[in-house]
Design a protein around this ligand. Structure first.
Ligand code: MG
Length: 363
């Protein structure tokens, strides 16, 4: 049986953080702009978070030390990140994109997969949909994006990066192998520098050379990632676009075996709960703005407290601090504690995206 053919768009906003800034401050248009740490005249610590295409022409890249960027391009406009602006803008754009899709999956703050099969069964119709997506993003949000169109997620994602900014790249639905074959192995999501170096040592630099290998070889090198890789390079990858609903809140609760009379124990359980909660927050790629606790004393007397933070965050420290502070008022009561819970709410996509696949471990 033939697997059902899908039509997938991978939409990637162009230089998203910088574009969001330029939209707010048109005087930044057309000049080298760097979002990142304060360069402090070349002595600054920290890194470039994002840079405009004009800055990239000077060789600036995200992840580069800000001091190095400043040496290369002191005339660039250096601005600190405005996470609130990026999150808000992303949410608005994603809402627009969602409207075009049968199924919608946000990949990170600035990219998403749209399954548009019902309205676009072939490449030609898909191009029309993608054109409509691009013009909606431009008109409603003043931003440009690049779109890859393919019969599966991996080929669409690879394609969206082929022609940036403001580009559109179509993978022939019945010719994925041929499309991928001349491309360097590094374009495959999951093949980072380490895996790339390993393959280069084996004399493999293009996807075509990977395609020529026996599947068993990939299995030996990469374990179960090798199975996935085989699917990707042969155009057989068939992972569904997964419609995700954002949880409204996440929480953990612990009931003491024996009601706790030592409040240090309550604090310790709360801290452990916060750590566990943060693992879920991170793996979901979320950020939170509300941190809360729930405490239940012997006899079922239950209280909840929460604290709203200044902005959305995706690290553990603000949660721990808030939990510590919220517990203070209950410490003096001296009542035995039956249950302690920790909660985060007002959840959004994290600006840094879901924790990504690390470079594959070569086995
Ligand atoms: Mg992008």
């Amino acid at each position: 049986m033939q697997p059902q053919r899908r039509t997938i768009l991978h939409v990637d906003l162009d230089a998203f953080y910088v574009s969001a800034e330029v939209r707010e401050r048109p005087e930044l248009k057309g000049i080298p702009v760097v979002v990142g740490a304060d360069p402090e005249g070349g002595k600054g610590r920290g890194v470039v978070i994002a840079c405009s295409y004009e800055a990239r022409k000077f060789g600036l890249r995200s992840g580069m030390p800000i001091s190095q960027a400043y040496r290369i391009c002191p005339q660039a406009k250096y601005i600190p990140p405005s996470w609130g602006l990026y999150e808000r803008t992303s949410e608005e754009v994603m809402a627009t994109l969602r409207g075009f899709a049968d199924k919608f999956e946000q990949g990170s703050i600035d990219e998403a997969y749209l399954d548009v099969t019902s309205g676009a069964a072939d490449e030609q119709t898909a191009v029309k949909v993608a054109t409509a997506v691009k013009s909606a993003v431009r008109q409603k949000h003043g931003l440009t994006c690049s779109i890859g169109i393919g019969p599966n997620k991996s080929s669409a994602k690879i394609a969206s990066d082929r022609n940036k900014p403001d580009g559109m790249t179509v993978v022939p639905f019945r010719g994925v192998r041929g499309f991928l074959s001349p491309l360097p192995v590094g374009v495959v999501p999951g093949i980072g520098r380490k895996t790339g170096d390993f393959l280069h040592e084996k004399g493999i630099s293009t996807i075509g050379q990977l395609q020529a290998l026996d599947g068993k070889q990939l299995l030996t090198w990469f374990g179960k990632n090798g199975v996935w890789l085989w699917g990707v390079i042969h155009g057989e990858e068939n992972v569904e676009v997964r419609q995700q609903e954002m949880p409204k809140s996440l929480s953990v609760e612990r009931t003491f075996k024996d009601d706790a009379t030592d409040f240090r124990l309550v604090r310790k359980e709360a801290a452990d709960g916060a750590a566990e909660l943060m693992r879920r927050v991170k793996s979901g790629g979320y950020a939170y703005r509300v941190a809360g606790i729930k405490i239940r004393f012997r006899g079922f007397e239950t209280h909840t407290r929460e604290k709203t933070l200044v902005s959305h965050v995706d690290d553990e420290e603000p949660l721990k601090e808030a939990v510590e502070g919220l517990l203070d008022e209950f410490e003096a009561s001296g009542k035995p504690v039956r249950l302690i819970g920790v909660r985060v709410a007002d959840i959004q996509r994290s600006a840094s995206g879901p924790s990504r696949l690390d470079d594959w471990t070569v086995t």
